[in-house]
Design a protein around this ligand. Structure first.
Ligand code: DHB
Ligand code: FE
Length: 287
C-alpha cells in the first residue's frame, strides 16, 4: 500500500527559480527568502524522508497548455515531462520523469470517485511545477529526486474550481494513493500563493493578515479554508492569490492531524507574498 509521507506547500514565483538559476540566492534581496527555506530543505534532504514519487498539484500559466483549452482538473500520465520555454529558453533544470503506473491508478480511482480529470499524455511543465521542485531540491544534478505525477488545476480563468471541491479532490486523492498496491512512499506538493495580484488596479496587492490566517488554518483547520468562496480568495488574496486553493488538495490528501516541520513567510518575492509550509504525515498516524 502506498502512503503519503509528507506534504510541502510552496509558492512558485518564477523569479525564485531565476534567482537560483543565476546564482543570486545570496544577494541582499534574496538571501532572507532562501534562509527561510533552510530548515525545511535540511529535513527533506535526510534520506529517511526520501519519497519514491511526488504528486505535484500545480497550475500551468498558458505555457504548456494553450488558453483555448482550460481543463478544471487534469493529470499527467506521461513517461516524462519536458521543461517549457516561457520566453527565455527552458530553465536549466532536469527533465521531469513521470510515474505512469501511479498516474493511471490515480486517474481510474479519481474518476470512479466522481472527479473527471482531463488526461495529459504529453505535457511541458512551466514554473508552476519546476520552481516548487527547485525549492525542495536546490541542486538536483542530473535528475530530480524522484518521479513526479503532475495534477493540474485551473486557477487562471473564471470559473476556477471552488476551494471545497479542491479539498474534496485532495481527500479522494488520499484514498486513491492508499489503494495503490505497491509499497510506495508518496510526497504531495501543493503550490502557488500566497497573496498576490499581477495586473489591474490592485496590481501588487499583498495581504499578510489573510496569509497568516491561511498558514495557520492549512495545518489546523483546513475545512475553514475550504468554506471560503472564490470571491473571498480573490478579494482577500488577490486575483492570483486564488492559487492557494491548490494547497487544499495537498492538505486533503493528508491525515486530519499533521505535524508542522517548518514554515516561513516572506514579502516580497517579485510582487508576491511567498511562503513555504512543510508537514510530516507519519508522526501523527497513530494519534
Ligand atoms: C509571478 C508569476 C506567477 O505565476 C506567480 O504565481 C507569482 C508571480 C510573476 O511573474 O511575478
Ligand atoms: Fe502563478
Amino acid at each position: 500500500m502506498a502512503e503519503v509521507v509528507w506534504g510541502l506547500a510552496t509558492s512558485h514565483v518564477p523569479s525564485i527559480g531565476a534567482a537560483m538559476d543565476r546564482g543570486k540566492t545570496e544577494t541582499d534581496a534574496w538571501a532572507p527568502l532562501f534562509e527561510g527555506y533552510r530548515p525545511a530543505r535540511e529535513w527533506l534532504a535526510d534520506p529517511e524522508q526520501a519519497p519514491d514519487v511526488a504528486i505535484v498539484v500545480y497550475n500551468d500559466h498558458a505555457n504548456g497548455i494553450d488558453l483555448d483549452v482550460v481543463p478544471t482538473f487534469g493529470i499527467g500520465t506521461a513517461d516524462e515531462y519536458p521543461v517549457a520555454d516561457e520566453g527565455f529558453g527552458p530553465r536549466p533544470v532536469p527533465v521531469v520523469q513521470g510515474h505512469p503506473e501511479l498516474s493511471l491508478h490515480l486517474l481510474e480511482k479519481l474518476v470512479d470517485d466522481g472527479f473527471d480529470l482531463t488526461v495529459f499524455q504529453e505535457l511541458e511543465v512551466d514554473h508552476g511545477l519546476t520552481v516548487p521542485l527547485s525549492v525542495w531540491t536546490p541542486d538536483p544534478g542530473e535528475s530530480w529526486p524522484c518521479p513526479v505525477v503532475p495534477l493540474l488545476v485551473n486557477v487562471i480563468q473564471y470559473p476556477q474550481p471552488t476551494a471545497a471541491r479542491c479539498y474534496a479532490l485532495g481527500q479522494a486523492l488520499g484514498r486513491a494513493i492508499a489503494s495503490f498496491p505497491q509499497d510506495l512512499k508518496v510526497a504531495v506538493l501543493g503550490t502557488g500563493g500566497m497573496s498576490h495580484q499581477l495586473a489591474g488596479a490592485r496590481a501588487g496587492f499583498i495581504n499578510p493578515e489573510f496569509d497568516h490566517m491561511f498558514l495557520d488554518a492549512i495545518e489546523k483547520d483546513p475545512a475553514k479554508l475550504a468554506a471560503l468562496s472564490r470571491e473571498d480568495y480573490i478579494r482577500d488574496a488577490g486575483s492570483e492569490g486564488i492559487e492557494l486553493i491548490m494547497w487544499l488538495i495537498m492538505r486533503g490528501a493528508m491525515n486530519p492531524q499533521v505535524r508542522k516541520v517548518h514554515s516561513t513567510y516572506f514579502v516580497p518575492a517579485s510582487n508576491t507574498a511567498a511562503a513555504l509550509a512543510l508537514f510530516d504525515n507519519r508522526s501523527t498516524q497513530l494519534v
